[in-house]
Design a protein around this ligand. Structure first.
Ligand code: SF4
Ligand code: SF4
Length: 466
């Protein structure tokens, strides 16, 4: 058998020999737990309902990659709006960076789908069928489990698999309209093999993650967790233990005998057994801590019973926990806000200038121009893209230029939703007038749209000097 090397610096989810320690966090009750559970259910309801909600007759969120059309909260985008996607993603990332500097891992403990689904759906299933955390730990330690326990474990896995398939289909419905997905399911995989493969793949990954991998995703896979040390400082809000107040640890009776000899921590380890990543918050800030607040509720419960003030484990900054001056607004926060402001300004300018159609002039293949006697003819195609979710008519109008004549066979182009088309455009000039290359321009506007939404496109014409 392979010999495991000793691990000196370890995470709460590992034993000292490097093997994994299965964690069954104990149940906890308290104000943060109640608020988190309410938020979890609100977030799950919001996520499940998003693909079904309609805004202006279109889905609130639908990322139809196959058809390259994207509906996001009333906006319709196509593949040419990649810059907008950049602004959306960078804004989300930067908001997370700023929130982390202020409030630490609030995202992980309160809103990350990993936490929301693990604590709000998968862990409750396990608890319902197999019992409390203490029972499950005892069951795990039994080398000869009774048949009934094996049956219950199989039931838990079946329920987890059903839950994983449900969540996977909820995810897929962001990419395939849910009404279409509902039609595919009874017809079987052959009716939509690609969609089936994605659904099956997501189901497998979600089942693996929540049935087995769990906290390891946060500890090993998630890059955001690894970035904490550079995103936070001693003034960022975190879940921490007030060592000044808690140490030295001692029994409640010791404190009654001599109130100054021991601190407020009675070393009951409630804060440890409720931790989903298996760490002891009393050891100081650790990258394994996902800021779930379970240890705050657990310790507050203990303090209530002992009739001592709450907050031995609390939300505070590292400066606050050591009794030093706390600062919310500081250089790092101002820097992040300034960058955020620049991004928000650039993003809003880009969104304001965005048109719901695209028009580009493309030179047709072949010679640069055609000479017929004294006539010079440049041939182009006007490429029109309708980014709207409904049919639209586009009006093409050449801008007059002395000595230049346009031939535009299609001045009114009708395009179906998200469709594109090419319309021929010829620019005719007289040899030597203009002398050499020149630019010809066209105005393109959607019928019924205000004048300010007109797009002017340029056709770069080539011509001999004489
Ligand atoms: S230390 Fe506390 S806040 Fe951090 S993960 Fe464990 S229980 Fe949650
Ligand atoms: S729950 Fe509170 S009192 Fe109990 S060990 Fe943790 S910090 Fe100490």
């Amino acid at each position: 058998m392979a010999r495991r090397l000793p691990v000196l610096e370890t995470s709460g989810a590992l034993r000292h020999d490097g093997s994994r320690r299965v964690i069954h966090p104990a149940d906890v009750h308290g104000r943060f737990n109640t608020a988190r559970k309410a938020l979890f259910y609100a977030l799950v309801a919001f996520m499940l309902s998003l693909p079904w909600i309609k805004i202006n007759g279109n889905p609130a969120v639908l990322l139809d990659i196959a058809a390259r059309r994207f509906f996001i909260f009333g906006g319709t985008f196509n593949a040419q709006d990649g810059a907008m996607l950049f602004f959306v993603l960078i804004s989300i990332a930067w908001t997370l960076v700023t929130v982390t500097a202020l409030a630490g891992r609030m995202w992980c403990g309160w809103t990350c789908p990993q936490t929301v689904f693990l604590e709000g759906l998968f862990r409750p299933i396990e608890r319902l069928v197999l019992g409390s955390a203490a029972k499950r730990l005892a069951q795990d330690a039994d080398p000869n489990p009774p048949v009934m326990l094996t049956v219950k474990r199989v039931i838990v896995h079946i329920l987890w698999f059903i839950a994983a398939a449900f969540v996977a289909h909820a995810v897929v419905s962001f990419f395939v309209p849910p009404t279409q997905l509902a039609r595919f399911i009874p017809r079987g995989p052959s009716s939509a093999p690609t969609t089936f493969l994605w659904s099956a793949g997501f189901t497998g990954v979600i089942y693996f993650n929540f049935a087995w991998f769990r906290e390891q995703t946060c500890l090993i896979v998630c890059p955001y967790g690894r970035l904490q040390s550079v995103l936070t400082d001693k003034d960022s809000l975190t879940v921490g233990y007030d060592a000044k107040r808690g140490e030295p640890r001692g029994k409640a009776t010791d404190k009654q005998k001599n109130p100054t000899a021991v601190g407020d921590c009675v070393d009951c380890k409630r804060c440890v057994v409720v931790c989903p990543t298996g760490i002891d918050i009393r050891n100081g800030a650790q990258f394994d801590c996902i800021g779930c607040t379970a240890c705050i509720d657990a310790c507050d419960e203990v303090m209530d019973k002992l009739e001592r003030p709450r907050g031995l484990v609390r939300y505070d900054s590292l400066h606050g926990l050591t009794g030093e001056k706390k600062r919310i607004l500081r250089g790092r926060v101002f820097f992040y806000l300034a960058i955020g402001l620049v991004l928000a300004t650039a993003g809003s300018i880009a969104f304001r200038n965005r048109k719901d159609f695209a028009a580009n002039v493309l030179r047709v293949q072949g010679p640069p121009y055609t000479l017929e006697g004294t006539t010079v003819r440049n041939a182009f195609e006007l490429h029109l893209v309708n980014k709207r979710a409904e049919t639209a008519v586009y009006l093409v109008e050449p801008i007059e230029k002395p000595g230049v004549r346009f031939v535009v066979p299609l001045t009114r182009v009708s395009l179906a939703a998200f469709a594109d088309a090419r319309a021929p455009v010829f620019v005719i000039s007289t040899r030597g007038n203009p002398a050499g290359d020149f630019a010809a321009q066209l105005r393109v506007r959607r019928e019924g749209a205000p004048e300010k939404e007109t797009l002017t496109v340029t056709a770069p014409c080539l011509a001999p000097m004489r």
